[in-house]
Design a protein around this ligand. Structure first.
Ligand code: NAD
Length: 292
């Protein structure tokens, strides 16, 4: 069993982006600039945004963090995005999800200019991804693809089962694994909360991507020998033994599933780190495309 190590791969990606960025600056081009908007102070969202800002610093990007009160009206966030869309110095915009109930996530995502859509959530980016055209890939699926590539995991002709069909993870990873590229060329089954016989389907899988947000959902009896298992789940579970009062749990019962696998991602230390590395890559690409 080989661990797909998010620490190693994300560092390699960030080092490569850092190198490319220093070449960019040496050529007299502008510094890539990522702007993040955080509405409210949800603990997990705070952590994610802080990691993204820290990665920008490590690589040498400029970053701007805009904090907004959780009780704002939608119009305040709209105005903030319109300003960033118009700001020529800003290359990438990300709005940390989830948003408070009074704000429509769909409306907000659609408002981000597609050229600055480094999270890859805009319908324009999603449509291009489906057609295999160059675009910003959503960060988590993109990070998973980079991880499979780094470890040279064979995907051609494999049966991949994706559990979860959200617009940010399940659906896009199912499309990327199915594309006529490497990694890709899988036959993909997408499962969701209404899928009957999920265990039988998982037992046919060469590759399983678990992205449903239920800690420990994928158990050893659902996984065939030598399967590749990618655990996307991140759930905070109360744990009095931790200083923070919680532990981060994935969707896979790691201790029992790992011995059966050819490759597996741990949580933490797996896909989560790759998501940030992919975001950094998208920001670099946005900057280069916008400032030719
Ligand atoms: P979501 O709630 O939007 O979607 C969950 C999906 O799982 C839905 O499509 C639903 O149909 C399916 N599902 C729920 N229960 C199921 C069941 N019992 N059987 C089969 N399918 C079931 O969630 P999301 O935004 O896609 O996130 C999923 C998980 O991934 C969460 O834990 C989230 O925190 C995590 N996540 C991690 C990263 C990362 O960087 N590692 C990024 C995004 C999301």
């Amino acid at each position: 069993m080989q661990i797909l190590d998010g620490k190693i791969v994300s560092q390699a990606v960030k080092d490569a982006v850092k190198e490319k960025t220093s070449l960019l600056l040496a050529a007299g081009k502008k510094t890539p600039h990522l702007a993040a908007i955080l509405v409210g102070s949800d603990g997990a969202s705070e952590t994610y945004v802080a990691s993204k800002v820290k990665s920008c610093e490590e690589i040498g990007y400029k970053s701007t963090l805009i904090r907004l009160d959780p009780n704002i009206e939608e119009s305040v966030l709209i105005e903030a995005i319109e300003k960033l869309n118009a700001d020529v110095d800003v290359d990438g915009i990300l709005v940390q999800l989830p948003l408070p109930k009074q704000i429509s996530e769909e409306k907000i995502i659609n408002l981000i200019h597609p050229d600055k859509d480094v999270d890859g959530f805009h319908p324009m980016s999603a449509g291009k991804m489906v057609q295999g055209l160059p675009t910003f890939l959503p960060a988590t699926p993109y990070g998973i693809m980079m991880m499979l590539e780094h470890y040279k995991v064979e995907t051609k002709g494999k049966h991949a089962v994706v559990i979860g069909r959200s617009n940010i993870v399940g659906r896009p990873i199912s499309i990327l694994l199915n594309r006529n590229t490497y990694p890709g060329n899988c036959t993909v089954t997408v499962c969701h909360s209404h899928t009957p016989n999920l265990k039988d389907i998982c037992l046919q899988a060469d590759i399983i991507v678990a992205a449903l947000g239920r800690p420990g959902f994928l158990t050893a009896d659902m996984v065939k020998e030598n399967a590749v298992v990618v655990d996307v789940g991140i759930t905070r579970v109360a744990d009095a033994s931790k200083k923070s009062g919680f532990a981060i749990k994935g969707d896979v019962d790691y201790a029992n599933v790992a011995p059966k696998c050819s490759f597996i991602t741990p949580v933490p230390g797996g896909v989560g780190l790759m998501t940030i590395a992919a975001l950094m890559m998208n920001t670099y690409n946005a900057c280069v495309a916008k400032n030719k």
